[in-house]
Write a protein that binds this ligand. Structure first.
Ligand code: MN
Length: 472
């Protein structure tokens, strides 16, 4: 990509980074497909998006009977994510690490495009084009909303994404895994009050990525977004509560997580490519919806490429940070696609000591409980290519010598092979020994392949050339 994304409007005026800017850039670089009007919000929209998940973003101008367009597939591969942050792919993790270490506080504003229209009478499915995604999902889900909540004591905000089931005209069932939103909600519930929240739909990719950082409790992820963007995110106070939301969002749903209320939520198609089960979960009471005059609704297909990448890349940056603190030989990490961008980690090292890969394996297990398998490889292995990782295992690994197994550790509850989240860990040292005979592990190479110019060496019309050859 030669040109860089610049945040300017049609008149060339500097504009605040938002979803529209990213969509304009995708359209300008031929990465945005536009669907015909009338695609059904039930199954069909997700099917079209999923079909294109590794190729194009898709805009659905008028899905179902709605006039509000839906967009899906903001990211088709990790190169798009780097592009959205204005960095080359090789600098993506370093950029994210830097933003987490150097957050940029947001700026409060009083007027916001996100509040151009205020709806006080709420009927979610009538007002918003909310799709049903995977076949056995319990119904329509809001999947791409930033859930912003305030620490009830300090007012510090947390930003994260949760699956949100439409349970009634103004009711949303929400899954709160044991992280920061749940921590704030428990504080509110113990005090006998609701937790004020906002669901923010349609923001710049940097805000979505920042929400997935494995940050400390009470580190406001919107400050990481500001650092990623290189400018403070403009935030505005909600109309019915004290939560501050990105002023340039498309749609904001204001509400409260109710104390002492639990209602059925699920099943829902999740990142491991299985359904998360139905159970009684927390409930959001919706108070108000605000939006732009002509809003765009963003949806993420559960378990699709966008979902996997969005969760994976911020985790990679965090795990790289964690490993490099103890092991300077660690150069890069990937959460592989086959490992659902969560469970299987490849670590590339510049090996300096025999035995060190096993220490790195044990360090990686401690980086996040989701990590189930770690493969350590040398610098000559392309960790973006899962076949290369397997090749390293095939030719540099011996199971009786290079394998680490840990039983009965904490794992992912969404891994159906685990015993309700109790899981084994496997580490594979697929590095070559430090001292070897010169030719023993020398990778084969055809001399000059880097310099071959096919236009120079091949005939332009092979059919005619072949006919001349066989004619003698
Ligand atoms: Mn947090």
């Amino acid at each position: 990509m030669e040109a860089r994304l610049t945040n300017t409007d049609a008149a060339g005026q500097s504009a605040h980074p938002d979803l529209r800017g990213w969509l304009q850039w995708l359209a300008a670089t031929d990465r945005l497909a536009v669907a015909r009007k009338g695609i059904s919000l039930i199954d069909e929209l997700a099917a079209v998006a999923k079909k294109l998940e590794n190729e194009r973003a898709v805009l659905f101008p008028a899905p179902g009977k709605h006039s509000i367009p839906v967009v899906a597939n903001l990211f088709a591969n990790r190169g798009w994510i780097a592009d959205s942050l204005g960095v080359p792919s090789v600098e993506l993790l370093a950029r994210f690490q830097h933003a987490v270490r150097h957050p940029l506080p947001w700026a409060e504003v009083t007027a916001a495009p996100a509040q151009e229209v205020v709806q006080q009478k709420i009927d979610l499915l009538a007002q918003l084009p909310i799709p049903k995604h995977n076949e056995h999902d319990s119904g329509p889900y809001i999947t791409a909303a930033l859930l912003i909540a305030r620490n009830p004591k300090s007012g510090i905000q947390n930003v994260s994404i949760h699956r949100c089931q439409v349970s009634g005209p103004d009711r949303i069932g929400v899954l709160l895994l044991p992280r920061h939103t749940l921590h704030y909600f428990r504080m509110a519930e113990e005090a006998g009050v609701a937790l004020e929240i906002a669901l923010v739909i349609g923001v710049h990719p940097a805000c979505i990525l920042a929400s997935q950082a494995i940050a400390a409790l009470d580190q406001d992820e919107m400050e990481i977004a500001g650092a990623l963007l290189g400018q403070p995110v403009e935030m505005v106070k909600c109309r019915t509560n004290a939560v501050r939301v990105p002023a340039h969002a498309e749609i904001v749903i204001e509400g409260r997580i109710l104390p002492k209320v639990r209602e059925p939520e699920g099943p829902f198609g999740e990142f491991p490519q299985y359904y998360g089960p139905r159970a009684n979960r927390e409930v959001i009471q919706v108070d108000t919806i605000t939006h732009r005059k002509n809003p765009i609704f963003h949806t993420i297909v559960g378990g699709g490429t966008e979902h996997l990448l969005l969760g994976g890349i911020p985790r990679e940056a965090t795990l790289l940070d964690h490993l490099q603190r103890s092991f300077p030989s660690v150069r890069d990490v990937r959460l592989t696609r086959g490992g659902t961008c969560r469970y299987h980690l490849a670590v590339k090292i510049e090996k300096a000591s025999q035995g060190e890969p096993k220490n790195i394996i044990m360090g990686a297990f401690g980086g996040h409980y989701d990590i189930k398998q770690v493969v350590v490889v040398d610098m000559d292995v392309d960790i973006d290519n899962e076949s290369e990782i397997e090749w390293a295992i095939a030719t540099r690994f011996q199971a009786d010598r290079d394998l680490v197994i840990v039983s009965g550790a904490q794992g992912s509850k969404l891994d159906p092979s685990s015993d309700n989240g109790i899981s084994a860990k496997m580490g594979i040292d697929a590095t070559k020994p430090l001292a070897t005979e010169p030719m023993e592990f020398k990778r084969i190479h055809v001399k000059g392949i880097e310099n071959v110019d096919l236009a120079q060496v091949l005939e332009g019309d092979p059919k005619a050339a072949f006919a001349r050859i066989v004619a003698g």
